[in-house]
Write a protein that binds this ligand. Structure first.
Ligand SMILES: [Zn+2]
Length: 401
């Protein structure tokens, strides 16, 4: 028999993580991001926190260098003046955003508003993990040396495709690159001396949409992010929380069957979504047809944007297939918004239209789903923002840690 339970005493409880709840600091910092420049008194109204709490948290955020008093209000020095507007510190701090794609690396420096200050891309030499992570460390050092000297770097975010375990900082499996159980987070932390966070393409981009996107208010309610590059993956969030799953495996839609697709997939089957809409097969076909002079997705999008009817036709067809997958996700999750990061829809209105129409037609919810589907808010820097958002999400979730 188990003995009678005694009441929990104060000393039995674990100590609080910090003197002030990080949630309160996160709430205030998010309000400054959303509305800044904004006075402390207005933050208190917007967040329903007490004026004293906002003043205290603002002081901590000022000391941490994450916010500043807006330049137009600079007057006599002092902290705690309730009507002096605060804004996000955009010059003195930043994060490094890194993305590992199938053909190349992207390394970027972003400010706290998610603006890309500098960005460089490097085609892979060899694709084995050691070679890629070594090249990445060199590239990060170069970007910091050239663009980051005047900024305090708060951390590094890495986004990549496939199955990523964010808690462990590992790439569990990236079938297209042939990686398994790569401890990318630890390797980059060792090489750079920075705090490093790792996540999948889609989860990273979903956080970016919630934090910085065009429809961030709606995306914080519930959202699905569909990423279609060489790798295809999905993330979803409810109540502002991006779902990871106990194995960090949520969102693996690469091998969803697609009707009428004969393209062989890396998994050995035929007709998987990733094989049907993956950039490599599309670009290979366009190159073989003489539509582009180099096998690169951006060259194909450029050709379509310049009036190439055949190039546009191929991209529109791809967008339609992505729209078919989007319809399934709309039916599964019924999200407030579904955001698609896909090269054609990101830049060409005709492709976005084809994607939205197919999604609405194939969804059982019908035509009203058109207003649920959006292209990425970051069409020009989607990979840099994905990496950066992994780090920015940490800064905005726990700003004082
Ligand atoms: Zn497959």
């Amino acid at each position: 028999m188990i003995g009678a339970q005694r009441a929990t005493r104060r000393n039995d409880l674990p100590p609080p993580a910090s003197r002030r709840s990080p949630d309160t600091a996160a709430t205030v910092l998010r309000a400054v991001l959303d509305h800044g420049p904004i006075a402390r008194s207005s933050i208190a109204r917007a967040t329903r926190l007490s004026a004293a709490t906002v003043t205290g948290v603002a002081t901590s955020l000022l000391h941490r260098g994450l916010v500043r008093e807006a330049p137009e209000a600079v007057g006599p020095p002092g902290i705690g003046r309730p009507h002096v507007p605060l804004d996000v510190e955009s010059d003195a701090v930043g994060v490094i955003g890194v993305h590992i794609a199938v053909p190349r690396l992207t390394v970027a420096l972003l400010d706290l508003r998610g603006r890309v200050i500098a960005q460089r891309q490097y085609p892979h030499g060899r694709r084995d993990p050691d070679s890629v992570l070594t090249a990445l460390a060199t590239a990060i050092a170069a970007v910091r040396r050239e663009h980051g000297r005047r900024r305090r770097i708060l951390g590094l975010g890495l986004a990549t495709g496939g199955w990523v375990d964010a808690a462990k900082g590992t790439v569990v499996e990236h079938p297209v690159l042939g990686w398994r159980d790569v401890r990318a987070g630890a390797a980059l932390a060792g090489a750079t001396g920075l705090p490093v966070w790792v996540d999948s393409n889609s989860r990273a981009l979903l956080r970016a949409e919630q934090l910085l996107g065009r429809v961030s208010g709606r995306a914080r309610q519930s959202a699905v992010q569909l990423f279609a590059g060489n790798v295809v993956d999905v993330a979803f969030a409810t109540g502002g929380v991006v779902h990871q799953g106990p194995r960090s495996a949520a969102g693996a839609v690469a091998h969803l069957p697609v009707e009428g697709c004969a393209e062989p997939c890396s998994c050995g089957r035929v007709g998987c979504l990733q094989a049907a809409v993956g950039e490599r097969a599309l670009v290979r076909r366009a190159y073989a047809a003489g539509l582009i002079h180099q096998p690169d997705i951006h060259t194909l999008v450029d050709a379509a944007a310049a009036g190439g009817a055949a190039a546009l036709g191929m991209l529109r067809e791809r967008a339609r297939l992505v729209g078919r997958a989007a319809a399934l996700l709309l039916d599964l999750f019924d999200p407030e918004v579904l955001v698609v990061a896909e090269a054609g829809a990101n830049r060409l209105p005709e492709c976005l239209e084809a994607l939205r129409t197919e999604a609405a037609d194939a969804s059982s919810c019908g035509a009203n789903m058109v207003t649920t589907v959006y292209a990425s808010s970051f069409p020009d820097n989607v990979l840099a923002v994905a990496g950066g958002a992994v780090a920015l999400d940490q800064v905005y979730t726990s700003p004082l840690i």
